[in-house]
Write a protein that binds this ligand. Structure first.
Ligand code: NAI
Length: 343
């Protein structure tokens, strides 16, 4: 089994090397998979990709022509793969869950940092500045938290919020009955009532730019927006305008819609071309992390372990439990007879 792992970072190399056996040959490429780099996959059985690699129709065709049999996503989200187009060309597996705690805990870490100005206090005391001016925060207890998407991560996040005494309301396209979650029927209701809004839904046609000029009009003044899901759930220009107009009180962003050429790279000392991101970062009430929410020891180990298991299962049995359904794009919810998939 020869595997080409794209967008490889040192931490990927270390964890994958721990989990592969002798029957596995793995080559790590620093480059992201896209139309320009797909040639590197020549001679491999499969490719392993992450959130900012691209497997669009052209890339899938090129992989098919070179005989690549599968795309193993080492992440949960698969908005960067044209899953439908892959039908009969290549198999696509993903890692449906590796640590919902990692992402939920990072989200709350960003919120607390922002609300209690920890990032500013840290820099001040490093410089022996012990003044408290400008560091006033507010209690989370008793505030209303609106959670969009109540899957694996959303649920863990809700549990954490309950511990803080937040009043949690939630919206999900497919609400889970008898889960004890306090759902609202309409997303607009959540927008109107929430002091803080956190996104934990996947990026899809319905969730693209959920935060936009019109929806910002419906938000409470001073609302805090948390996005550790996918960047394009928020229209960044509209967010920036909302912040400039003082409508949005703060934003904590682990993801950004144009992140793919920027995040995970060291651009210190360089001029960033993306004016929207640069302007957002200059805002005192915006906190940006570089798609880091998943990055814990436990999550990295689970990612490597499950990715390798997916590939072995496919190699041995010709099917894989975590293969995405080409018709409905799901793994767990697709319940057709053969291999529990529509195809
Ligand atoms: P999940 O599949 O367990 O849950 C997603 C939930 O969102 C489901 O309940 C689904 O019904 C709901 N949903 C789908 N479309 C919706 C819509 N348009 N509006 C409202 N709800 C909708 O997924 P999980 O594991 O909780 O992950 C959620 C997302 O978190 C992933 O899709 C991914 O984009 C993001 N993520 C981010 C990471 C990071 O490092 N920042 C790491 C892992 C995941």
């Amino acid at each position: 089994m020869k595997l080409a792992l794209f967008d490889a970072k040192q931490y990927d190399i270390e964890t994958f090397e721990k989990h592969i056996s002798d029957s596995f040959q793995i080559k790590f490429f620093e480059a992201k998979l896209n139309e320009d780099t797909v040639k590197l996959a020549n001679g491999f059985d499969g490719v392993c990709i992450f959130v900012n690699d691209t497997a669009n129709a052209k890339v899938i065709d090129a992989l098919f022509e070179t005989g690549v049999k599968f795309i193993a996503l080492r992440c949960a989200g698969y908005n960067n793969v044209d899953v439908e187009y892959a039908y009969k060309k290549t198999h696509v597996f993903h890692v449906p869950a590796y640590s919902p705690y990692a992402v939920a805990e990072h989200t709350i870490a960003m919120l607390l940092t922002s609300v209690r100005r920890i990032h500013k206090a840290y820099n001040r005391t490093k410089d022996f500045n012990f003044s408290l001016n400008g560091l006033k925060g507010f209690d989370l207890h008793g505030k209303t938290m609106g959670v969009v998407g109540t899957g694996k991560i959303g649920k863990v996040f809700i549990d954490i919020c309950n511990g803080f005494g937040l009043n949690v309301i939630a919206y999900d396209k497919y609400p889970q009955l008898n889960s004890g979650i306090n759902y609202v029927q309409r997303l607009d209701t959540l927008f109107e009532k929430s002091d803080i809004i956190s996104f934990h839904c996947p990026l899809n046609e319905d969730s693209f730019h959920l935060i936009n000029k019109d929806s910002i009009d419906k938000l409470k003044k001073g609302v805090i927006i948390l996005n550790t899901s996918r960047g394009a759930i928020i229209d960044s220009e509209a967010l920036l305008d909302g912040i400039k107009e003082r409508k949005i009180g703060a934003a904590c962003l682990d993801v950004y819609e144009e992140e793919s050429d920027i995040f995970y790279n060291d651009y210190s000392g360089h001029i960033i071309d993306d004016d929207t991101l640069a302007r957002l970062i200059t805002m005192p009430n915006v906190l940006v992390t570089s798609h880091q929410a998943y990055l814990t020891e436990e999550a990295l180990n689970n990612i490597a372990e499950i990715t390798v298991e997916n590939i072995k299962e496919f190699e041995n049995e010709g099917v894989c439990e975590n293969e995405l359904c080409y018709k409905c794009g799901q793994t767990e919810s697709c319940k057709s007879q053969k291999c529990k998939k529509c195809f």
